[in-house]
Design a protein around this ligand. Structure first.
Ligand code: S3P
Length: 170
């Protein structure tokens, strides 16, 4: 089994992914980290030096490379489901879980981590909230195709595990 965690930047995909993997004794992968290892550069630098279109192509390629592993949990970057046919690909090769959060909740999580995230790097608090509102409504179309949608703000790993098990029994 392969579990993909999707959702906006700051929705807790990495934390939840690590917890889930350890509870299931699965391997854990972070797609952004995998990209950084393969490209030998940080996401911030890849955006700066080569631009977003290059990053999106690589993201799609490495998503496929990483998905060859069995029994793993994969946290994906916030934009990953929204480019090429990545969302359909994930739905066809594993279980997708969307960690859903409201724009105001995301602002509180993203305020302090702006530097490392190229898309929000230069935004003040007001611009950040507006950006999240706009981007989230644009991306919701893709995110909502997930097999499971859970509350990312009050996430309970035990409940999520129960939901995944129930889904597998269906
Ligand atoms: C992005 C989210 C980031 C990273 C890149 C672009 C996005 O991942 O892939 O900065 O388009 O939302 P996180 O969601 O892990 O921050």
């Amino acid at each position: 089994m392969r579990i993909f965690l999707i959702g906006f930047m700051g929705s807790g995909k990495t934390t939840a992914g690590k917890q889930l993997a350890s509870r299931l004794s699965y391997r854990y992968f972070d797609l952004d980290e995998f990209i950084e290892q393969q490209e030998q550069d940080s996401i911030r630098k890849i955006f700066e030096k080569k631009g977003e279109p290059y990053f999106r192509k690589k993201e799609s390629k490495y998503l496929r490379d990483i998905s060859h592993y069995e029994d793993c949990v994969i946290s994906t970057g916030g934009g990953a489901p929204c480019f090429f046919d990545n969302m359909d690909y994930m739905n066809n090769t594993g279980i997708t879980v969307y960690l859903k959060m409201k724009p105001e909740q995301l602002v509180s999580r993203l305020k302090d981590g702006r530097e490392e995230r190229p898309l929000i790097k230069n935004k003040d608090d007001q611009e950040l909230l507006q950006f999240i509102r706009d981007k989230l409504s644009e991306r919701e179309t893709y995110y909502s195709k997930a097999h499971m949608i859970v509350d990312g703000f009050n996430l309970n790993i035990n409940e999520l595990l129960d939901k995944i098990r129930a889904f597998l029994k269906q």
